[in-house]
Design a protein around this ligand. Structure first.
Ligand SMILES: [Zn+2]
Length: 297
């Protein structure tokens, strides 16, 4: 009998030592949403940042994924999953926008855009793949300092401080364009397409309901009212340098930087500043990130 109890105890000790693995592996991606060109092939595993299990170690080679069809434009999803030896599973998704490119610019006409749920939020992401809901308009627009253009109240207060701080440094800001009615943007787009063609419109204009100007949170500024006032010359002016160095302190970001065209979907615009609030603007400035990278990795 003693022997049997001894065996039972030994058995309990042994099985007790083999801690049950009920913890799922970590599975993380480097991005939550990416854009790829029509017909481009995908290296699915390049987005897997980590597939790791406490017990089994690195599981990158065991990651499974579903494939997507890149021969048609649209919003698609890749599902990733990984299992450890005990059968614990983790899964995650990557949203892929298959888009048509003209150079580095997304063609908004064929792109499938999400409708944003938070157009009132000053940090909202609006671009060629994120559209303002039909019929939405800001309800707190007010006139901009020294100008007939309009901005939303919070953005306007910040802009006034920015404008006055520039003046103290001897920099005059000319406000070229603030809020734009959706109807105006639509008319504008249709006109450009009619006169100069769709490809020209894609290069130089924003698609209706996908322009930040319809949010009342951005403003085009220049150092002059003459000639090509909205050109790369703005970048070399004292105003351009003041935007680069100080705008974030007032809650504004340079929305379309030179080295991020493929990410923002817009050409370099050293004159277009967007209000996102001081906290987010400071973070984006310090991390050298666009709004797209902030939301999508
Ligand atoms: Zn602009």
């Amino acid at each position: 009998m003693k022997k049997i109890i001894g065996f039972m105890l030994a058995f309990l000790v042994i099985t007790g030592c083999q801690a049950k693995d009920d913890e799922a592996p970590v599975l993380s991606l480097s991005k939550s949403r990416v854009q790829i060109a029509l017909n481009e092939s995908i290296d699915y595993l390049q987005y897997v940042e980590k597939a790791y299990d406490k017990k089994d170690g690195d599981l990158i080679k065991q990651v499974n994924y579903t494939t997507i069809d890149t021969s048609t434009v649209g919003k698609k999803t890749i599902h990733y999953d990984v299992k450890d030896q005990a059968g614990n599973q983790s899964q995650t998704d990557l949203i892929v926008d298959v888009v048509e490119y003209f150079g580095d610019l997304i063609n908004p006409v064929t792109a499938q855009a999400d409708i944003v749920e938070n157009p009132d939020d000053v940090t909202v992401l609006v671009n060629k793949l994120h559209e303002i809901p039909e019929g939405w308009k800001p309800d707190d627009l007010e006139k901009v300092i020294d100008c007939s253009q309009k901005l939303r109240h919070e953005a306007n207060e910040a802009y006034t401080r920015f404008y006055q701080a520039a003046k103290v440094k001897g920099i005059d800001i000319y406000t070229i364009s603030g809020y734009r009615e959706p109807e105006t943007q639509e008319l504008y787009w249709n006109n450009v397409v009619k006169v100069s063609g769709e490809e020209h419109a894609i290069q130089y204009n924003a698609y209706p309901r996908r322009s930040e100007h319809e949010l009342g949170l951005c403003v085009d500024v220049s150092y002059t009212t003459e000639g090509d006032r909205l050109s790369e010359k703005v970048a070399d002016s004292a105003l351009g340098k003041f935007i680069e160095s100080d705008a974030y302190q007032y809650g504004f970001i340079l929305r379309y930087p030179k080295d991020k065209v493929r990410i923002t979907g817009y050409n370099y615009e050293p004159w277009h500043i967007r209000y996102v609030g001081v906290e987010l603007a400071t973070q984006l400035h310090n991390e050298n990130k666009t709004l797209e990278e902030y939301y999508e990795g």
